[in-house]
Ligand binder design. Structure first.
Ligand SMILES: Cc1cc2nc3c(=O)[nH]c(=O)nc-3n(C[C@H](O)[C@H](O)[C@H](O)COP(=O)(O)OP(=O)(O)OC[C@H]3O[C@@H](n4cnc5c(N)ncnc54)[C@H](O)[C@@H]3O)c2cc1C
Length: 409
């Protein structure tokens, strides 16, 4: 039976993160939206200090394969999404700029050996976490990761990586501005299709890895998004995550397992932004003396009341799906279907909710005096990265109908 009862300690952490979101992130939200490529150094310092005590463990999420059935399950994944929602209520761009192993860390956690996890995810001596990024997308390949053209070839004791990656979240921080790492997806054998694709860890400042551009974006502008070129970039053999063997069956599934942990996190980001818009509209309506009358027949409700209730329903449905996906991971269960459901629902919900918020507020919703227009811009990314809306719907359909990726694409 699903149990969403949070541990008492998690309630306390949620309160703490709520205060950070309200008192630290919100006041600088507009500033870092407008000064896109400026680094929120003071904010980082504060978060580094805080994360030594209560880290958002994005790099340590994932399925607990060795879970002891007799012990209370740790709420690692559930905790991450509960806290992510709080911070993204504060500001989703700043949330993504918090020093963290991020998606790269999730890939190491999902596919790395214990030794690799220890090596690549180890914190610095002062307790601060490393920056991590994940580079899959290329100029000619996004949704269809089988089309990856970046290559890795063995040369003695090294892999030699060549190719171009674009739209890499936290790429600049991980590669050039800190001692972080990037997990790069490259093919060992193009003719093997998906089976030939493997993730490789490339550490900061490795010769041959260069950030060539940082994007100007619509939303989440406090987060850096980099294009990275790999030219004869050499990494030791033990930097491959998982086996170098090209297995036609199942090999790519292991690589994709990263998303089981990260899609619920993106869903939680979406819910945080959506809840920010919802709370703002609630306060706005209250100031206008508009009361939402719950319990009436839908025929007797005003259009505004119906719209507002619909926004609430969308958030709640997305949250329940997201908590379920995270809870399953904590229970050691495979959740690929549920992770895609959460991501697809939350990505669409936040897009609709924030647009509706702008609409309900009239011209003020479009003004930069308030953050509502920013939340509308920040919302859409949740429907794009970590698998677009369409791709997640296709994954859901495949899993429910029992089709392979060849049969339904
Ligand atoms: C701000 C930002 C940050 C990002 N961060 C990262 C990152 O850290 N690492 C990384 O590797 N990538 C990252 N990305 C890239 C992101 O993951 C891709 O943009 C996404 O996967 C979509 O790929 P694409 O842009 O090539 O679109 P395409 O794959 O070209 O798709 C274009 C449109 O067609 C639809 N479509 C494609 N195939 C199908 C199909 N078979 N059926 C139905 N519809 C389909 C898609 O849903 C989409 O709507 C980021 C992108 C942005 C904007």
């Amino acid at each position: 039976m699903i149990d969403f009862e949070l541990a008492p300690e998690l309630y306390q952490r949620r309160e703490m993160f709520r205060a950070v979101a309200r008192d630290v992130m919100r006041p600088i939200s507009r500033e870092y939206d407008e000064r896109e490529h400026e680094q929120p150094v003071k904010f980082w310092e504060m978060m580094w200090a805080a994360s030594r005590q209560a880290e958002v463990k994005i790099g340590q999420v994932g399925r607990d394969e060795k879970r002891d059935e007799k012990k209370e399950p740790e709420q690692r994944n559930l905790a991450t999404i509960v806290l992510t929602e709080e911070l993204c209520w504060g500001d989703a761009g700043l949330y993504l700029s918090i020093p963290n192993p991020g998606l790269g860390g999730a890939a190491v956690a999902a596919a790395g050996t214990s030794e690799q996890k220890e090596r690549f995810l180890k914190r610095f001596k002062d307790g601060a976490p490393k920056w991590g990024a994940m580079a899959i997308t290329e100029p000619g390949c996004g949704s269809d990761s089988a089309a990856i053209t970046t290559t890795a070839r063995r040369d003695g004791d090294h892999w030699v990586i060549n190719g171009t990656k674009i739209f890499c979240t936290a790429g600049e921080m991980a590669v050039e501005k800190s001692e972080g790492f990037v997990v790069v997806w490259a093919t060992l054998d193009k003719s093997a299709g998906r089976a030939g694709i493997k993730p490789f860890v490339v550490e900061h400042h490795t010769p041959g890895m260069t950030v060539v551009r940082v994007e100007d974006k619509l939303g989440i502008r406090a987060s850096d998004t980099a294009a990275i070129v790999f030219e004869d970039c050499r990494v030791p053999l033990d930097h491959i995550l998982g086996s170098p063997e090209i297995r036609r069956e199942g090999g790519f599934k292991d690589v994709m397992a990263t998303f089981d942990a990260t899609r619920p996190i993106v869903a939680a980001m979406a819910i945080g932004v959506g809840r920010a818009a919802l709370d703002f509209v609630r306060d706005f309506l209250t100031q206008q003396n508009i009361t939402i009358r719950y319990g009436l027949s839908p025929r007797r409700l005003s259009a505004v009341e119906r719209d507002f209730m619909e926004m609430e329903v969308q958030i709640e449905a997305a949250r329940l799906l997201t908590w379920r996906a995270a809870w399953m991971l904590d229970m050691g269960q495979r959740n690929s279907l549920e992770a895609s459901m959460a991501k697809a629902k939350a990505g669409l919900a936040v897009t609709l909710i924030t647009q509706k918020a702008v609409e309900l507020m009239g011209p003020l919703g479009y003004s930069r005096r308030f953050l509502v227009e920013k939340w509308m811009r920040d919302a859409k990314i949740n429907d794009i990265f970590e698998g677009t809306q369409q791709i997640n719907l296709m994954i859901i359909a495949r899993r429910i109908l029992g089709y392979s990726s060849k049969e339904l694409s």
